[in-house]
Design a protein around this ligand. Structure first.
Ligand SMILES: C[S@@+](CC[C@H](N)C(=O)[O-])C[C@H]1O[C@@H](n2cnc3c(N)ncnc32)[C@H](O)[C@@H]1O
Ligand code: SF4
Ligand code: SF4
Length: 279
């Protein structure tokens, strides 16, 4: 495989009340419907466009210098490539200098490469769905798409990475997963991801649980002060370590199973008031 895994960065980093990384989520519309998908991706899924208001909230929240990273996922970003290209241009016009990552299944390879090439700073890279790139657990992408992406990576080393093979029990989860049984699936420790800003205007604590509307994940809306969003994110991590993980260990459950099926047993993290109004 030409593509390499990206090295994980420090988790939960907040500097001057800004998050090191932020995910952007416009909905779960997709040209696939993987049986394990955390976000219930499907051609019938939703897409709500990136807007200036939404991106302004992102720019208030994430580190703006070269250390920052904004990650576009979904759903499938290439289905709305024009809006993604507009959003990248807007972020750059507003002074964002950090990295941008596009999570994609790569099927629409030409559109994905257009998105990468559109970045005026040349700091937008892609991360491919492991199952669809390899054919392990999902039908592989068309050979012509794979060849196009491999050729690009060979010419632009590091431009296209491959995602992690782990399958977590969130959304459609691990039970319907049909791929290699040795792929890691059970872990009682949450991976401690960076949070998500949805185009619906809310900050959600977890990209894997984005379609889970429980109050435990609601960090606040776009109107909230960025300092409060950062503090609520810290409160969520504290809750993960002091409430969630002990429960997962005591009941011998995978971490994401606790979030998906057992949250009614657990108190909501100690958020600053107003953060849970969108449950
Ligand atoms: C939800 S997808 C959205 C972007 C794009 N459609 C794709 O598949 O890459 C983002 C990432 O989540 C991963 N993913 C989906 N379901 C998962 C699961 N149950 N466990 C772990 N990762 C999962 C995908 O493999 C992909 O790398
Ligand atoms: S994992 Fe990605 S490609 Fe598969 S259904 Fe979900 S969003 Fe679509
Ligand atoms: S354990 Fe919960 S918060 Fe952590 S990744 Fe899984 S669903 Fe998200």
């Amino acid at each position: 495989m030409v593509f390499k895994e990206r090295q994980p960065r420090d988790k939960g980093m907040i500097t001057d009340d800004r998050l090191l990384e932020l995910h952007l989520y416009p909905g779960n519309q997709c040209n696939r419907d993987c049986d394990f998908c955390t976000v219930f991706g499907s051609p019938k899924g939703q897409y709500s466009e990136y807007t200036a208001e939404h991106l302004t909230a992102a720019l208030r929240t994430v580190t703006l210098d070269q250390q920052g990273t904004i990650k576009f996922y979904g759903g499938e970003p290439t289905l709305n490539a024009e809006n993604v290209i507009w959003a990248i241009a807007y972020l750059r016009q507003q002074g964002y200098q950090g990295a941008i990552v596009i999570y994609s299944n790569g099927i629409q390879a030409g559109r994905l490469l257009q998105i990468l090439a559109s970045d005026s700073l040349g700091r937008t890279t892609a991360s491919l769905n492991y199952s669809i790139a390899t054919g392990d657990g999902a039908p592989q992408m068309p050979k012509s798409s794979l060849a196009q992406l491999e050729a690009y990576e060979l010419e632009h080393a590091g431009a296209i990475a491959i995602g992690h093979p782990d399958v977590v029990d969130s959304g459609r989860g691990v039970e319907p997963f049909t791929g290699d049984a040795t792929r890691p699936q059970v872990n009682s420790r949450c991976p401690h991801c960076y949070p998500v800003l949805t185009t619906a205007g809310t900050f959600h604590a977890c990209p894997f649980a984005i379609e889970n509307q429980a109050a435990h994940f609601q960090l606040g809306d776009v109107g909230r002060d960025a300092v409060e969003i950062a503090q609520n994110f810290q409160a969520f991590f504290h809750w993960l370590d002091t409430v969630h993980e002990p429960y997962a260990i005591a009941h011998n459950l995978p971490a994401c199973t606790v979030c998906w099926k057992h949250l009614s047993q657990l108190p909501v993290p100690a958020y600053r008031s107003g953060a849970v109004e969108h449950s």
